[in-house]
Write a protein that binds this ligand. Structure first.
Ligand code: F0G
Length: 380
């Protein structure tokens, strides 16, 4: 068997493309390198000839894409001598901050909206030993408090306004281009603060700018990991599509939203921090924003779980819900390749999952006859 080097996280893999020094102590949990899964059943069900891939970011160490940004943010915070980090969060950022702070041996303070974060995320922040500050207010209020307090206390902000976060998150685009040999035609993401859509665009632009190196065989870009090194990687860039939850859709309203609401609590955000950047991404890429209702989001989450075996959290399903609608209407034409980012794992929010699948549990007697009958009913 040929020796394959152990995968040790995205900073090692892309160190040439990240703001890292040779002697930087890297804080990593082996994040990145997530599966890009081609959907087999759903395109057939909707009767459209499209290549839809889902980038399953729920398989990162803490179950969301935040780990990509957090490995960079915490690595740089530690390098700068910081002993504490802080963030406001709808749940996933707090889980990642808590885990990477634990790994680094520093303290994490996390501000979360009381009663509005999914149970799995709260469990993570608590288990990793962060200081959990539950505020009587929403994410946007927490974000303002974090910005204000960081001026007065020795803490490093690790929300996506920390530029190292986006540097880490751009690597998801690198992985996609390396796996497909080109960028997809469309890249669909759920949008909250709009940090991730901004980070992906940075990644695609950097890759496209460096694609000449791949063609000439001088590919230093991917540090030797690129299956196409020496081959021809196409320097195209996707149209970036950002989907929001209808009750939390400032990009659709064209203005901040003061009381955002949605079942997809991860993107229950009315004042996006990367507002200007995201408009630029839309314009430069030729993409668009759109919104999905809570019912559409939950239906897409269930469809993906039932028909493809992929379980993502509600917010993540917003990308697929929007993409499927745009494929059905023809806004995304047949023949297109599409990547939908699934930002977080379905196990993050078991309550919402169980609430919408309750009918799938049948209580029966513990007898052979009852089980046999249930099997015959189930196969009917
Ligand atoms: N999907 C999930 C599962 C998220 O947790 C988030 C953001 C997003 C999408 C939106 O990404 O903000 O870069 O546009 N969650 C943040 C948090 C706000 O605190 O965990 P974005």
């Amino acid at each position: 068997m040929p020796f394959r080097p152990r995968y040790t996280g995205l900073i090692e893999r892309y160190r040439d493309r990240l703001p890292i020094h040779d002697d930087t102590r890297i804080i990593s949990l082996g994040e990145g390198n997530t599966p890009l899964i081609r959907l087999n059943n759903i395109p057939r069900l909707i009767g459209k000839e499209v290549d839809i891939y889902v980038k399953y970011e729920g398989l990162n160490p803490t179950g969301s894409f935040k780990d990509r940004g957090m490995t960079m943010a915490v690595t740089k915070a530690v390098e700068a001598g910081s002993r504490a980090i802080i963030c406001a969060s709808t749940g996933n950022t707090s889980a990642a901050a808590a885990a990477y702070a634990a790994r680094a041996g520093i303290t994490a303070f996390v501000l979360i909206p009381e009663g509005k974060i999914a149970m799995g995320k709260l469990a993570q922040a608590m288990m990793h030993g962060s200081v959990v500050l539950q505020i009587r207010g929403n994410f946007d209020a927490g974000m303002q408090l974090v910005k204000d307090v960081a001026d007065q206390a020795p803490v490093t902000i690790v929300n996506s306004i920390n530029p190292f976060r986006l540097q880490g998150q751009k690597t998801a685009a690198f992985e996609i281009v390396e796996e497909l040999g080109r960028a997809p035609d469309y890249h669909c993401l759920p949008v909250g603060n709009a940090g991730n859509i901004t980070a992906h665009w940075i990644g695609y632009c950097e890759y496209s700018a460096a694609s000449g190196d791949h063609v000439t065989g001088a590919c230093a870009f991917c540090n030797g990991h690129c299956a196409y090194a020496g081959g021809a990687i196409v320097g195209n860039r996707p149209k970036m599509i950002g989907y929001q939850a209808a009750g939390s859709a400032p990009f659709m309203r064209g203005a901040m939203v003061d009381n955002p609401e949605t079942v997809a609590t991860a993107i229950r955000i009315g004042h996006p921090q990367s507002w200007n950047q995201a408009w630029k991404v839309k314009d430069e890429s030729g993409g668009w924003f759109d919104e999905c209702t809570d019912a559409e989001i939950l239906a897409a989450q269930k469809l993906l779980a039932e028909k493809e075996g992929v379980f993502c959290e509600p917010a993540s399903a917003t990308s697929l819900a929007g993409a499927l609608r745009d494929v059905k209407t023809g806004k995304i034409p047949e023949g297109s390749s599409i990547v939908c980012t699934l930002t977080g794992h379905g196990l993050k929010d078991p309550d919402t999952a169980i609430a919408q699948s309750g009918g799938n549990v049948h209580t029966i007697d513990a007898t052979l006859d009852a089980v046999r009958r249930a099997i015959l009913d189930g196969m009917a």
